[in-house]
Design a binder for this molecule. Structure first.
Ligand code: 5GP
Length: 194
């Protein structure tokens, strides 16, 4: 039996979150998202255990030491990590799993090894890269979001495209029209979940 992990990556502001939400809604019941751990503070409107597991740096270090992460990374000065147990739990319950990760996380997952404990199913990982039509468009989207300080905006822009090409992506979506991109991502997921 084959199970799927959809690894979404791309610069923040490219529209990745909107497309992931669209997939979750369209394939409700068949697909779910792995909630990551992070050491960053919750933003207004974010809920613990829904948007992220907001944990302390000490707890994050303990999870690293205990080998609990499938992958983890330092991004914009905070730590983010995907718990192996969360991913395997979703797959075991017959859900395809979505990961929303930065390019380093994508590389680690797409190139790395992940198997279930007793080898009862095969895992196929599908890399989906979401890109904005231009850097200028990305800047404007981040400004419109109003959640960034000048410093964090510059950091996000300068780290935006670093190494994106390194990971082995199966699909690239250039998000210049959100309706078209939604259809595109829906068709991609459908290819696998037939
Ligand atoms: P934000 O702080 O805007 O929620 O996320 C910042 C970046 O961290 C985004 O590019 C997001 O995809 C990435 N990210 C979120 N969770 C994880 C994770 O578990 N692992 C990795 N490698 N990146 C993550």
């Amino acid at each position: 039996m084959k199970k799927f992990i959809f690894v979404f990556s791309g610069p923040s502001g490219a529209g990745k979150t909107t497309l992931i939400k669209h997939v979750l809604k369209t394939f409700n019941g068949d697909v779910d998202i792995s909630v990551s751990c992070t050491t960053r503070a919750a933003r207004i409107g974010e809920t613990d255990a829904v948007d992220y597991h907001f944990i302390t740096k000490n707890k994050f270090e303990k999870f690293i030491g205990d080998g609990q992460f499938l992958e983890y990374t330092d991004c914009y000065g905070n730590q983010y990590g995907t718990l192996k147990s969360t991913v395997l739990d979703l797959l075991t319950h017959n859900k395809a799993c979505i990961l929303d990760v930065d390019y380093r996380g994508a590389k680690a997952v797409l190139h790395g090894d992940l198997s279930d404990a007793d080898g009862s199913f095969k895992i196929q990982k599908i890399g989906i890269l979401v890109l904005p039509p231009s850097i200028e468009a990305l800047k404007q989207r981040l400004l419109n979001r109003r959640s960034e300080t000048k410093e964090s905006l510059n950091k996000r822009i300068s780290e935006s495209f670093n190494g994106e090409s390194i990971a082995k992506y199966d699909h690239v979506i250039i998000n210049d029209d959100i309706s078209r991109s939604k259809k595109e991502v829906q068709n991609i997921v459908k290819l696998y979940l037939k």
